[in-house]
Design a binder for this molecule. Structure first.
Ligand code: NDP
Length: 609
């Protein structure tokens, strides 16, 4: 059987003529899906669509506004906020306040509880602080609920619930020059004064809907996968959706989420219609239970070693042994076309690109062959084949998704020719001239590709001299040192990939950011610094470094089928450290050894740097 996970990167056996045929086919398939409106085709789950973002998991928390002072305010209680909170706790900060719009910690794992949810990155490297907290994942790819509970365990272990405010959105941050602290306002009327502020708002949080005409006329039940309505479907994230036994259900969207949801709904619904615009790549998953207490025989520090090994393997760094050996590490070279990492410069660029394209073609041929092997209806199989290069969309993995289309109660409805769903009526979904009557419509249509509120303006930040961060950035472009802090905005740390690093296992990136912030804050405490703030010259130099090293992936993206990776066909310039996260983390370590004091404003000094 062809195995997507088993791509042998060594041999190249694709003929150039086949490559030309593939290029033409890929361009044809991309053009069928390109929409003039680009990202404007979508609607955020706000305003009249706000219903789709409502929290189904936690009843409204009633509380009085707070007016107090903390050592650190952490905006966002996903893994970025938790990891930074943990490190700040270790530096000795006492009053640490997590805030989140959700009803608890967990970020994406708080919101996403749909049936079938698993993390498709191995638990041993994805779930942070396993050794510190003592959590032992039960499956190679952990179920979402296990990850969510681990997030809760981290918050408990580091006492991060003590001052936490949930269902609370920070609406403004203003630097108080006189007192060297931030003043935060919230949508609950709180006033929180904080010495340090950390913003970690994630990238895929706000549910997104297609702008389908008639979407609000549908009279059946409807919800987004990140707000699963178990009261209606019955069952749990493990399945058993008995409420759907007598229901005709539409699932719209076949990305990484659709791949996990469809097998469960397909098993339990009276009839399932899967509305697909672009098929995902479906590589081998190979999930399995792990032995009880499996880390017992491992040496302390094993998790960092394993995380480092995975990061190195997927970003093209040399490793003695690939400890993970899964679909991610085996396709590492293909990932270089889009993500940062090491490229082989010993061969001329055109030759390398041609070899990459051939390897890509081979991998995609295997993925398409798997569809033919698994799906018995040749017409459905044809529609389920992805025709684009491997990293044009986020790769998917599943051993249950494709077999679902062999069920007589599951129908695949391809919408590529109409650029998606044509419209919705009171009773169903229309594609072209055909109406599909359904009782329930589930949107697996993804998220606004977020940038933090700091960057979109949803969270205004006013720094030294009453200057808005966005005004400063509009004038000079985003100006940070290592992506983490900006001159003029003391004691404010921003988590994310901008001018920092990116990787498949983004939690690892967040871990390194948290470690770095922890080291800076510890040094500030040790030296009695007035505050932390990078010098303008250092930030300017860092931005220049990012510009100089940034790999240009725009040519690759321009040929890709539309999706959020290329802003629906428009291409997005990389703004991360292209030599890759391993090199970037090395750079940070070296910087910490030599330059920690460069970002400290001594207690005697005042004003901007
Ligand atoms: P995606 O944005 O990846 O997918 C959205 C889906 O909706 C696509 O199939 C898209 O089709 C489809 N769609 C959008 N508009 C229409 C329309 N008008 N008509 C028909 N179909 C439409 O969202 P996901 O929630 O699947 O995934 C988001 C991200 O979340 C992933 O990329 C991944 O980063 C993360 N994730 C991670 C998981 C993990 O295990 N670590 C698991 C699940 C998600 P088209 O492709 O044509 O635009």
């Amino acid at each position: 059987m062809a195995s997507a996970a088993g791509i042998d990167i060594g041999a190249v056996d694709i003929e150039v003529r086949e490559l030309e045929r593939l290029r033409a086919k890929y361009a044809h398939e991309r053009d069928r899906r390109l929409r003039a409106e680009g990202v404007a085709q979508y609607r955020s789950a706000t305003g009249k669509y706000g219903y789709y973002a409502k929290d189904p998991y936690t009843p409204t928390i009633e509380r009085r506004p707070v007016d107090d002072r903390v050592d650190a305010l952490v905006v966002g209680a996903g893994f970025g906020g938790l990891l930074t909170g943990a490190r700040l706790r270790e530096t000795g900060l006492e009053r640490i306040r997590l805030t989140d719009e959700a009803g608890d910690v967990g970020g994406t794992w708080y919101w996403n509880r749909y049936p079938g949810i698993h993390c498709d990155i191995e638990a041993s490297v994805y779930m942070p602080l396993l050794e510190e907290v003592g959590t032992v994942p039960t499956r190679r790819y952990a179920p979402g609920e296990e990850i969510r509970r681990h997030a809760v365990a981290i918050a408990e272990h580091y006492r991060l619930y003590e001052h936490a405010l949930f269902q609370t959105r920070v609406t403004a941050l203003t630097w108080d020059e006189e007192n060297d602290e931030w003043v935060a306002g919230t949508d609950r009327g709180d006033v929180v004064r904080a010495r340090y502020v950390v913003v970690s708002q994630g990238t895929l949080t706000q549910p997104k809907l297609p702008g389908i005409p008639g979407i609000d006329t549908f009279r059946g039940n409807t919800f987004h996968t990140s707000r699963w309505d178990y009261a209606y479907t019955g069952g749990t994230a493990e399945g058993g959706l008995t409420g759907l036994n007598d229901k005709r259900v539409a699932v719209i969207g076949t990305g990484a989420t659709g791949l996990q949801v469809v097998p469960h709904v397909g098993r339990d619904a009276q009839h399932l219609y899967v509305f697909q615009r672009t098929p995902s790549t479906v590589g081998v998953r190979d999930n399995r239970p792990l032995a009880e207490n499996w880390p017992a025989s491992l040496k302390p520090g094993w998790q960092r070693d394993r995380m480092n090994n995975f990061l190195a393997a997927v970003t093209g760094e040399p490793v003695d042994e690939d400890l993970i050996q899964d679909g991610w590490t085996r396709t590492a070279r293909l990932q270089r076309t889009y993500l940062a990492g090491v490229v082989d410069t010993s061969v001329p660029e055109p030759e390398r690109q041609l070899t990459d394209e051939m390897l890509d073609a081979r991998a995609m041929n295997e993925i398409r062959a798997r569809v033919d092997e698994v799906v018995s209806d040749p017409a459905a199989a044809e529609k389920l084949k992805p025709w684009y290069r491997y990293m044009c969309k986020r790769p998917g993995f599943s051993d249950e998704y494709l077999p679902t289309f062999n069920r007589p109660t599951v129908t695949l409805v391809d919408t590529a020719d109409t650029g998606g769903i044509t419209r919705m009526t009171e009773t169903g979904v229309v594609v072209g001239e055909d109406e599909y009557p359904v009782d329930c419509v589930i949107f697996a249509t993804g998220f606004d590709v977020g940038r933090s509120g700091v960057v979109t303006g949803a969270l205004p930040v006013i720094g030294r001299g009453g200057r808005a961060l966005l005004d400063t950035w509009r004038e000079h472009g985003p100006q940070t040192l290592h992506g983490l802090y900006s001159p003029g905005y003391p004691n404010l740390f921003l988590l994310g990939s901008m001018q920092n690093a990116n990787a498949v296992n983004f939690v690892h990136i967040l871990q390194e950011q948290a470690d770095h912030i922890g080291a800076v804050v510890a040094r500030a405490a040790e030296t009695g610094a007035r505050c932390v703030e990078p010098r303008t010259d250092d930030a300017v130099a860092w931005v220049r470094t990012i510009e100089e090293v940034s790999a240009d992936t725009t040519a690759f993206q321009a040929e890709c089928t539309p999706g959020y990776y290329n802003a629906e066909g428009r291409t997005v310039a990389a703004r991360t450290y292209s030599p890759g996260p391993v090199a970037f983390h090395r750079l940070l370590r070296e910087w910490r050894a030599e330059h920690l004091d460069d970002v400290l404003v001594p207690s005697a000094q005042s004003g901007t740097r």
